[in-house]
Design a protein around this ligand. Structure first.
Ligand code: THU
Length: 136
């Protein structure tokens, strides 16, 4: 896939992520984020960032999308589209990378800016040597 082109499915994910972004609650940072996650069952779950006056309680769009999927019984993710309402695309933060890695280390990630600038990556590249351990 050429880096600056979206497939039909990715275009659908981008539209759904932009819908979710409209619900972002970001009065403190003003940085609004929407995410759409495609699962192996071909279902799509979305999320937006939700901030709190106790700033550390803020949850990112990506984690809200992942937790929505998990809450509906889908734990295997194929693609994540992240949108922001600024030109420069934005990749997931470190905390979200770790959460997503738990379920889908091969996840494909597409960050899309407000005028469709596209940045592609995958979770293995974004989180090399991820923390993992086997419970005793
Ligand atoms: N944020 C996300 O939603 N996703 C990220 O990957 C990075 C940051 C949100 C959290 C906060 O509401 C705002 O962006 C600024 O950090």
């Amino acid at each position: 896939m050429p880096p600056q082109t979206l497939t039909e499915k990715e275009t659908e994910l981008t539209e759904l992520a932009r819908n979710a972004l409209q619900h972002a609650y970001a009065p403190y940072s003003g940085f609004r984020v929407g995410a759409a996650l495609l699962t192996t069952d071909n279902r799509i779950f979305t999320g937006c960032n939700v901030e709190n006056t106790s700033l550390g309680l803020t949850v990112c769009a990506e984690r809200n999308a992942a937790y929505a999927a998990i809450s509906h019984g889908d734990r295997q993710f194929l693609k994540l589209v992240i949108v922001v309402d600024q030109q420069t695309p934005s990749m997931p933060c470190g905390a979200c990378r770790q959460v997503l890695f738990e379920f889908s280390p091969e996840l494909e990630i597409i960050a899309v800016g407000s005028t469709n600038q596209i940045q592609r990556s995958n979770l293995r590249d974004l989180l090399p040597n991820a923390f993992q351990y086997k419970p005793r």
